[in-house]
Write a protein that binds this ligand. Sequence first.
Ligand SMILES: NC(=O)c1ccc[n+]([C@@H]2O[C@H](COP(=O)([O-])OP(=O)(O)OC[C@H]3O[C@@H](n4cnc5c(N)ncnc54)[C@H](OP(=O)(O)O)[C@@H]3O)[C@@H](O)[C@H]2O)c1
Length: 263
Amino acid sequence: MRVPVRILVLGGTGEARVLATRLAARPGVVVTLSLAGRTRDPAVPDCAVRIGGFGGAEGLARALGAVDILVDATHPFARHISANAEAASSATGTPLVTLERPPWQAVPGDRWIRVGDMSAAAAALGAAPRRVFLAIGRQEAGAFRAAPGHAYLLRSVEPVAPGDLPPGAETLLARGPFPEAAERALLAERGIEILVAKNSGGAATYGKIAAARGLGLPVVLVDRAARPCAAATVEEVLARLDHLTAPVISPPRSTAPSAKRGV
Ligand SMILES: NC(=O)c1ccc[n+]([C@@H]2O[C@H](COP(=O)([O-])OP(=O)(O)OC[C@H]3O[C@@H](n4cnc5c(N)ncnc54)[C@H](OP(=O)(O)O)[C@@H]3O)[C@@H](O)[C@H]2O)c1
């Protein structure tokens, strides 16, 4: 591997930001963080940042011509970019390290209704009208147009086009992290009866899950397929990168005969 080692981090998560910051501080590493460009004023670390899609797996494969290691640290529900990362890595032989935070696990008191996708989440709300908190971001809000009988409150970082909302839905613009106490206050104040969330894992958005448990509210939780080979934490990714780049950036080893392997 050449020096400096060029690492492209596919981001859009807090972990990607932390990882890029940690890598940027390392000698012998040049890191670029890639963002999709969905958020207008994204928080960015002190390293090179590129914004916007690559043009599918082929476009990403072309971009990998100037990259030694690819890290997929995108959101667990960002499936297209992750599939593209795998395809582009295989096509070019660029090593790929994947970071995926583990999903939340139910604890006593949780009233989870687990579903496989957003359409199933909309169906799980049932026929009786309820006050529903959609903590799912804006991209899949349209799925709830199929269940128009409920009173929805949708929270997102960026505004949602009215045509993408269920009829009569209220919206709330806010950016996490969302602590439990504030989530509890919001749910109580808005008279929420049921939540819909993705099982994203991590601490930044767990507050709503804990708040729902505290209030005895059910949560329709959208599951995701686990990726068994993924690293679960930033530390684990750094360890894998150390392993991949060991001959290039690790400190010089002792040359004393007793320290040599195979001699
Ligand atoms: N889905 C969620 O619930 C969620 C939640 C929080 C944050 N995010 C973040 O928001 C971004 C978009 O999520 P999504 O669900 O729309 O993704 P997606 O469906 O997997 O990706 C759609 C397209 O957006 C582009 N893209 C996505 N992530 C990119 C990145 N990091 N750098 C450059 N291009 C990227 C790619 O375009 P090309 O094919 O043209 O390359 C990709 O094919 C991701 O970075 C993700 O980490 C997503």
